[in-house]
Design a binder for this molecule. Structure first.
Ligand code: WT7
Length: 664
């Protein structure tokens, strides 16, 4: 029998944590032993860092798997924990958010001010008839009001459903309808790529088909004209005139906090439901442990959008629960110039930067002179999330952003997991470029074969989570069966068979354990290529391509092949100065093919490589391999509506140079 997933890439580099960081780290190696010793007691100690109005009676109720209850009987208010308790402790004057708009305008908001804004918004929502348990849709640009809207919902026990501001009226309609949202919070628009980008017309179009919506609250950001109806209210009238006095009521630990629809590139979106006590416990703990947050001195910046789970957990809830100062930026990284991010790092003296591999690879493509032109000496820790980071992108990040010395935390998690699950600890782990390394304390991850058996070190297979965790999704909104089906029916008790077997969470990602037992993520299981009986990960072939000095970014797919079943077809974006015309292009392609064969073995040699100027990505930056498969198999393109930039596919079709089939 062939292995579940081949292990081809052999990366030997490893970097110790800087001594200074290790000496003063929030979390040391003892956390692993403490958690292993008594996992529930470990999580109870983390939960106790929060302020509870009523203590819990039971840490975990797992009597009705896969439906978990954490901190059963406990009560707390999530917004109180993010705001009031810091103000009460005398830290009201501390900056919560340094906000920078794309046009260059800025706002500085202290914890006391953020608290006041949230209280006013909570009163305004209550005034519109929103009560605990109601759903509120949030469709906003990256402005402070986005965080305020979420916190105000949390404060009154309403469940927010944030919809990314780049989504269409249809996508917004579906999400509002699925959750029967009562109120929508939006803005006239936001700034993107140097100009105002309207949001209100999209809401008008969506709400026309959403009878559940009673009110629309509109923040004025761009000042552009908007059409108006009876259900519309200006935020600056409703909220700014509401009282700043508001006493937060406690809610049950299992009270729904938010629904977030997964970015799913194919199927109907799933409304992932998260609740209060367990979620806040784990986002607060992982922020503290993995970012080593020092509220007295750190300036933290997560470049994600609030419309993704990263923005929920690591802009709003985790950092604010820790009382840290953070930067929030409205716009794109190349407006008005390609050094914008580095200018922001310098301006606010950012110490911790959390971003995505797609951004790092874009920066690689633009060239290292750009970060080199800015003072990045304030940085002390770098993070990555969203996709596997190729070892070469990791090295570039460390070298050109991290001065060749900063630790990088490659954090694996999902919308469904709510918080980070697998990641180095920056003061403990000797990190390997490209590996998320080990499950965090209190998290039990494994890699298993088709039969659900743990693979030995050196083996590949499917990533699973063997024990429930506090910030786990509780269900798919309105669809318990789909919840069980999607995540719990592949292995363990939920797969049928042995009812006494444990329940095992299937993450949908391929992974391997290296010879030291460290975990490497290998991409979505659906993307794995079956070449001559070997399951080959897209990530490994992409990483091999990116390890060539002429390649900035790569995507590979399996295309039907008469002899090998599937053959590897690669799309590669050359680095800035590479000559790809005519013969030079042909030569580069030949060189890349043998480079992959040399790095991973002949089985992984691409049949075909196309040099392209861009890759199709979702709006959260993930490569849409489905569309590339259409190109590789000469099919007409499938649904392109989730593409970040719809012109990309034309660009690829017209820009393909030296496409070539195997002559071996
Ligand atoms: C999927 C989850 C996690 C918040 C943002 C994305 C991939 C995420 C990593 C990583 C390798 C990663 C996985 C995962 N992914 N982080 N560090 N290394 N892959 O949330 O949209 O729910 O996507 O993103 O495939 O399953 P999401």
């Amino acid at each position: 029998m062939s292995e579940a997933l081949a292990n081809l890439l052999n990366e030997k580099r490893q970097f110790l944590p800087p001594a200074e960081l290790a000496a003063d780290a929030n979390v040391t190696s003892s956390a692993y032993a403490e958690a292993a010793d008594d996992r529930l007691a470990f999580w109870a100690r983390q939960a106790a860092q929060l302020t509870w109005s009523k203590p819990w009676d039971q840490v975990l109720d797992w009597s009705r798997p896969p439906f978990a209850k954490w901190f059963v009987g406990g009560q707390l208010n999530v917004a109180y924990n993010c705001l009031d308790r810091h103000v009460a402790a005398g830290r009201g004057d501390k900056v919560a958010i340094h906000w920078e708009g794309e046009p260059g305008d800025s706002r500085t908001i202290t914890y006391a001010e953020l608290h006041q804004m949230t209280c006013r918004a909570a009163n305004a929502l209550t005034g519109l008839g929103v009560t605990a348990g109601d759903r509120v849709a949030v469709y906003l640009p990256m402005i402070p009001e986005a965080a305020v809207a979420m916190l105000a919902c949390a404060r009154i026990g309403a469940t927010h459903s944030v919809v990314f501001g780049g989504f269409s009226a249809d996508a917004l309609t579906n999400r509002i309808q699925d959750a029967s949202a009562k109120v929508v919070i939006t803005a006239d628009g936001g700034y993107r790529r140097g100009k105002p980008s309207a949001l209100k017309p999209t809401v008008d179009e969506a709400v026309a088909n959403c009878p559940s919506v009673e009110h629309v609250l509109v923040v004025r950001r761009t000042g552009e004209d908007v059409s108006w109806s009876d259900r519309d209210h200006w935020w600056h009238e409703a909220v700014e005139q509401a009282s700043a006095e508001h006493t937060a009521q406690p809610f049950d630990a299992e009270h729904p906090l938010f629904i977030l629809y997964t970015s799913g590139t194919t199927a109907r979106p799933k409304g992932i439901l998260h609740t209060s006590g367990g979620y806040l416990t784990q986002v607060a703990y992982t922020s503290h442990a993995v970012f080593d947050l020092k509220p007295e001195s750190d300036v933290y910046w997560c470049t994600a959008d609030i419309g993704w789970v990263t923005g929920h957990s690591y802009i709003v809830y985790g950092p604010l629960a820790n009382g840290v100062t953070q930067v929030m930026y409205e716009g794109t990284p190349d407006t008005p110039h390609k050094g914008r991010f580095w200018e922001i790092v310098d301006r606010y003296r950012v110490t911790i930067l959390y971003t995505a591999p797609t951004l790092i690879r874009t920066m690689m493509k633009w060239g290292e002179e750009i970060p080199a032109g800015h003072d990045l000496s304030s940085l002390r820790l770098l993070g990555s999330v969203g996709e596997p980071i190729n070892p070469e992108a990791w090295m570039w990040y460390r070298q050109h952003v991290g001065r060749g010395e900063l630790p990088i935390v490659d954090t694996w998690w999902q919308t469904e997991t709510g918080s980070m699950m697998i990641s180095p600890l920056p003061g403990v782990t000797a990190a390997k470029p490209g590996s998320a390394m080990t499950a965090l304390p209190g998290v039990v991850a494994d890699v298993v074969d088709d039969q659900g058996r743990s693979v030995p070190d050196g083996g590949g297979g499917y990533l699973v989570l063997r024990e429930p965790w506090p910030s786990m999704l509780r269900t798919i909104w309105g669809d318990d069966n789909r919840f069980i089906e999607t995540y719990w029916s592949r292995f363990g008790a939920g797969a049928g068979g042995d009812a006494e077997a444990p329940w095992i969470y299937f993450a949908g990602d391929g992974a391997k354990k290296d010879d030291d037992g460290h975990i490497w993520l290998l991409g979505r299981v659906d993307d794995v290529m079956l070449v001559s009986g070997h399951n080959i990960s897209t990530t490994e072939v992409e990483s091999a391509l990116v390890s060539h000095p002429s390649v900035a970014e790569a995507a590979v797919v399996g295309a039907t092949d008469p002899t090998t079943g599937q053959a590897i077809v690669a799309f590669a974006i050359p680095r800035g100065s590479t000559d790809t015309s005519g013969e030079a292009g042909e030569q580069l392609i030949a060189e890349l093919r043998s480079h992959v064969a040399k790095t991973l073995g002949p089985i992984a040699k691409p049949r075909q490589i196309m040099l392209v100027p861009e890759l199709p990505k979702t709006r959260s930056g993930k490569i849409m391999r489905r569309l590339l498969r259409d190109v590789a198999e000469n099919r007409s393109l499938g649904d392109v509506t989730t593409l970040q930039d719809s012109s990309v596919m034309e660009l690829i079709a017209s820009g393909i140079s030296g496409s070539k089939s195997d002559e071996d």
